[in-house]
Design a protein around this ligand. Structure first.
Ligand SMILES: [Zn+2]
Length: 410
């Protein structure tokens, strides 16, 4: 059994939205009060209050303040557990010697993320539409709310989070699903490489193809910059400022949705075609963090690297590869990460396995040893594919089923 998430957008009526807002406000108040209690107990008496000390108070508060009695009991428990988690994380950071461990903060109602609901049926029930497309959420005290969205796989609903983001209401369902959810359509294998020039390069046993980077994100960036400037020019708190802020957040959301949508489509396409996908282990942080260097030791090519960093972040390969990974696993396929440092896919020749450094500008792999000539990224993808088929395949017999020649050193 695996746990998966599915997100639906809510379409509450005006009255329902008011009710949701009210509940969110109360939960936020409750969270802050519980935080206050912990802080004061520590300041005055050096006592640290634990979750188990606060949980029994839910009952007392519900008796004393009737408003809280209208809220779902287990949701209040979840809210307290969240505070407890925030404290555990804080102490973990303190113990590991983090310089600014960040004490758990009081939250404003506007920034309060949402309400957690445990067991399905306890004050809430989600009824999916046909094939898990759209559906209805029944929430005690609020009523039936229309939902739009689609769970990619069917499952048993376990818990839910009601989220409030940028003025929108969403639910994130946690569902229990069976391991293999779809059958792979073929037994084919491929190697992947991602890059700045081409978003994805795919090498198959006999061929290869590339997927372009969507350039629209670059254009969106320009627009984003203008919107940000518009916000900073307005007087903070004024009506015009509020309007500009709203425009900016709408733009953010739309751009993120668009990218997400494209990545879902692309990853589904790859997962439906291949039963084995091999790619190098991705470490975006390392790639994007080092351009500037330090003041004693400034980085080289700061300008190019800053540009490259931006593009690396733009294409968001980490989320795309994560999507491909779980979709391939869902079909019962294999997603294999090759060891980047040991294998050096972008420097290695896929035919003779010799290694030669390339600069970022060299877009073609031209082997001086064996004469192999191929697009740089496709060559890297092919190295990943061959490594996966042989290094791992010798145990599973995978390599016998394919026509790729073994590399000399394996
Ligand atoms: Zn070669």
């Amino acid at each position: 059994m695996e746990l998966r998430k599915a997100t639906y957008k809510l379409y509450p009526t005006k009255q329902q939205a008011e009710a949701l807002n009210h509940a969110l406000r109360l939960h936020c108040e409750f969270y802050n009060a519980a935080l206050q209690e912990r802080v004061e107990a520590y300041k005055k008496c050096r006592i640290s209050i634990k979750n188990k000390d606060q949980q029994p108070q839910i009952k007392v508060i519900r008796e004393e303040i009737p408003e809280f009695a209208t809220l779902n009991y287990s949701s209040l428990q979840v809210t307290l557990r969240r505070l407890d988690k925030a404290f555990s994380a804080f102490f973990r950071r303190v113990n590991s010697g983090v310089k600014e461990p960040g004490f758990p903060r009081f939250k404003s109602h506007k920034r309060y993320p949402g309400i957690g609901f445990s067991s399905h049926g306890d004050g809430w029930r989600f009824t999916p539409g046909e094939d898990w497309k759209h559906g209805r959420l029944r929430l005690t005290g609020v009523g039936h709310i229309r939902c739009r969205g689609k769970a990619r796989v069917a499952g048993k609903i376990k818990s839910m989070e009601l989220l409030h983001r940028r003025g929108e209401w969403l639910i994130s369902l946690t569902m229990e699903c069976n391991g293999v959810l779809r059958e792979p359509t073929s037994g084919k294998a491929c190697g992947l490489d991602w890059g700045v020039n081409k978003l994805l390069s795919v090498a198959t046993e006999s061929d290869g193809y590339q997927v372009d980077n969507p350039r629209w994100f670059q254009q969106e960036r320009e627009k984003l910059k203008a919107l940000k400037q518009a916000v900073s020019r307005k007087k903070k708190g004024s009506n015009r400022w509020k309007k500009a802020c709203k425009k900016l957040s709408t733009h953010h959301r739309k751009a993120a949705n668009r990218r997400n949508h494209e990545h879902h489509q692309l990853s589904a396409q790859v997962a439906s075609q291949y039963a084995l996908v091999a790619t190098e282990k991705l470490q975006v942080k390392n790639m994007t963090g080092s351009a500037k260097g330090t003041s004693e030791k400034p980085g080289k090519n700061v300008k190019q690297k800053a540009g490259l960093n931006r593009e690396i972040l733009d294409t968001a390969p980490a989320t795309l590869l994560a999507m491909i990974a779980y979709k391939v696993k869902e079909t019962g396929g294999l997603f294999i990460e090759t060891p980047t440092r040991k294998l050096k896919p972008s420097q290695r020749c896929p035919v003779c396995w010799s290694v030669k450094k390339k600069t970022l500008k060299e877009r073609v792999h031209q082997c001086e040893v064996c004469g192999c000539n191929e697009d740089r990224d496709i060559a890297a993808a092919r190295v990943n594919l061959i490594w996966a088929l042989y290094e791992l395949g010798s145990e599973t017999g995978l390599h016998r089923a394919c026509s790729v020649k073994p590399p000399p050193s394996l």
